[in-house]
Ligand binder design. Structure first.
Ligand code: TRP
Length: 455
C-alpha cells in the first residue's frame, strides 16, 4: 500500500521547506510564553536541566519516530497508523493513537488560540503606544484589564481561530512555506535584541543564575512531569502534528538531521526568551512564579523603556503572533487531513468544521480568566486543567505509544530503511526509542501517581 509514495495532500518542495514548517510548528507560544512562566513556577535551573535532558533523550528520538512513521504512511495520522498496522499485520488498535492525537490537537488549539489572542491584543497595544514608559504596576493593570474582560478575550480568540482556519483551508504549501522563511530568522534577531536589553537592567546575572544554576531541592515530582510534558509540547510531539508534516516529506531527506535542526532551533528560542525575561523580572521585583501572564507583565516594561521600544515592541508582537499562527496550523492539520481523506470534504469545509469545534471549546478557556475564575476542579481552572491534561498526560502518553510502535512494532528493516543512518547512529536511536524513552516516560508518570496516592 505504501507503494503510493506521495501524500494526496501534496509534498514539501524541499527538505528545507519541511524544516521550516516543522520549526514553525515547534516554535510558538510554548517557547516564548509557556517556557518562561513554567520555569518561573518550578524554581528555575533544575527544571530547565530536566527539560533539556528530556528534549535530547526523549524528544529527538520520538520526533524521528514520528517523522519516519508519517513518511512511511503518507496519510493523516489516523490512516497512517491503520495502514502501517495492516501492512505489518499488527493489531488494528494502533489506529486509536491517531484518534487520540486528533482529540489532543483540538483541545490544545482551543486554549492556544485564546493565548494567541492575548498576543494579538498586545500587538494593538504596542502599536498604540500603550507601553510608553510603563512600570511593573501599570503593566500588571494593562494585563488584568485584558483578561478580566470576557468580551475582549472572545473577540481576539475568534479572530485568531479565523486566521488559522484561513491558512488551513488553503493548504500547507501556499502561504505557510513562504512566510516561515523570513519569520523565523527575524524572531531570533528580536529575541537577541531583547536579551541585549535584559543585559542593561542590572539584574542579568541574577536572571541567568536563576535559569542555569540547578537547585535540586526545588525539584518536585510534579515539576519533573511538567518539564517532560513541556518537552513534548514545545517540539509539537505526541499527537501526530509532526507525523502529518512528515507525511509530506520527500523520500530523500534525512530524518535525523532535520530532527536535530528543529529541536536545536526550538530550544534556542526558549532559552533566549528565558534570558530576556528573567532579568526584567528580577530588576523590577516581580514574581517569577506569576503564572501565565508573566511575559505580558514583563515585556511591556522592556519595550516601554528602551530606545526604539515602539518599533521593537510592535515587531516583537507581530512575530509572536506569527509564531503562534504557524504552530496552530499544525495542531489542526491531522484532523483536517483526516476529514479530507475519510469524509470526502474539501479542505475548506474541513477547516470550517474544525474551526467551529475549536472555537466552542475555547470558550471554556476564555471564561477561565474571568467569569469562571473561581470554578475549580482539583484546584485548577478549566484552562489549567486542559493545559495540564493535554501537555502533561495526553502528549507524553501519545509519545510513549509512538515510541513503542517505532521501537517494538515496526520491523527493524522498515525503520532502518527510513532513517538511513550508520550502524552506530541507528543503534543509538534504537536504544533510545525502544528502551530509554518509554521507560523514562513511564517512570515519570509512576512517580507522580505514587506521590498522589501515597503522599
Ligand atoms: N509546539 C508549539 C509551541 O511550542 C505548540 C504546538 C504546535 C503543539 N503543534 C503542536 C504542541 C502539537 C503539541 C502538539 O507553541
Amino acid at each position: 500500500m505504501t507503494k503510493n509514495r506521495t501524500s494526496l495532500h501534496g509534498q514539501w518542495s524541499s527538505r528545507w521547506a519541511f524544516i521550516l514548517a516543522a520549526t514553525g510548528s515547534a516554535v510558538g507560544l510554548g517557547n516564548i510564553w509557556k517556557f518562561p512562566y513554567i520555569t518561573g513556577e518550578n524554581g528555575g535551573g533544575a527544571f530547565v536541566l530536566i527539560y533539556l535532558i528530556c528534549i535530547a533523550c526523549i524528544g529527538i528520538p520520538i520526533m524521528m519516530a514520528e517523522i519516519l512513521i508519517g513518511r512511511r504512511g503518507r496519510r493523516s495520522p489516523i490512516n497512517t497508523m491503520r495502514v502501517l498496522s495492516r501492512e505489518g499485520h499488527h493489531h488494528p488498535a494502533w489506529q486509536y493513537l491517531g484518534w487520540i492525537g486528533v482529540l489532543a490537537g483540538f483541545l490544545i488549539l482551543s486554549y492556544y488560540s485564546v493565548i494567541a489572542g492575548w498576543a494579538l491584543a498586545y500587538l494593538f497595544r504596542a502599536v498604540g503606544g500603550v507601553f510608553n514608559g510603563v512600570g511593573a504596576e501599570r503593566a500588571g493593570e494593562i494585563f488584568a484589564a485584558l483578561i478580566e474582560d470576557p468580551e475582549r478575550l472572545l473577540a481576539w480568540h475568534t479572530i485568531f481561530v479565523v486566521m488559522t482556519m484561513i491558512v488551513v483551508a488553503r493548504g500547507v504549501q501556499g502561504g505557510l512555506e513562504r512566510a516561515v522563511r523570513f519569520l523565523m530568522p527575524s524572531l531570533f534577531l528580536l529575541l537577541a535584541l531583547l536579551v541585549g536589553y535584559a543585559m542593561s537592567t542590572g539584574s542579568f546575572s541574577e536572571g541567568i543564575r536563576f535559569l542555569f544554576t540547578p537547585d535540586f531541592s526545588r525539584l518536585t515530582p510534579a515539576a519533573i512531569l511538567i518539564a517532560m510534558g513541556h518537552a513534548f509540547f514545545t517540539l509539537s510531539l505526541g499527537m501526530g502534528a509532526i507525523m502529518v508534516y512528515g507525511s509530506y516529506l520527500p523520500d530523500n531527506a534525512s530524518v535525523t538531521h532535520t530532527s536535530v535542526v528543529i529541536a536545536a532551533a526550538d530550544t534556542l528560542v526558549a532559552l533566549l526568551a528565558g534570558m530576556a525575561i528573567f532579568p526584567i523580572v528580577f530588576a523590577h521585583g516581580l514574581e517569577p512564579g506569576a503564572g501565565p501572564g508573566l511575559i505580558f507583565q514583563t515585556l511591556p516594561i522592556a519595550f516601554g523603556n528602551m530606545p526604539g521600544g515602539w518599533l521593537f515592541g510592535t515587531l516583537f508582537f507581530i512575530l509572536l503572533v506569527f509564531a503562534a499562527w504557524t504552530s496552530a496550523i499544525s495542531l489542526i492539520e491531522p484532523a483536517v487531513a483526516w476529514l479530507v481523506e475519510n469524509r470526502g470534504m474539501t479542505r475548506v469545509m474541513a477547516a470550517v468544521w474544525a474551526g467551529v469545534v475549536t472555537w466552542l471549546t475555547g470558550l471554556g478557556t476564555v471564561f477561565s480568566f474571568n467569569l469562571w475564575a473561581d470554578e475549580k476542579l482539583f484546584g485548577m481552572t478549566f484552562f489549567d486543567l486542559l493545559d495540564f491534561a493535554t501537555a502533561n498526560v495526553i502528549l507524553p502518553l501519545g509519545g510513549l505509544f509512538i515510541a513503542l510502535f517505532a521501537g517494538w512494532t515496526l520491523s527493524r528493516g522498515t525503520t532502518r530503511g527510513e532513517l538511513k543512518l550508520g550502524e552506530t547512529g541507528y543503534r543509538i536511536w534504537y536504544i533510545l526509542v525502544r528502551y530509554v524513552a518509554p521507560l523514562a516516560v513511564s517512570a515519570i508518570f509512576l512517580n507522580v501517581i505514587g506521590i498522589l496516592r501515597f503522599g
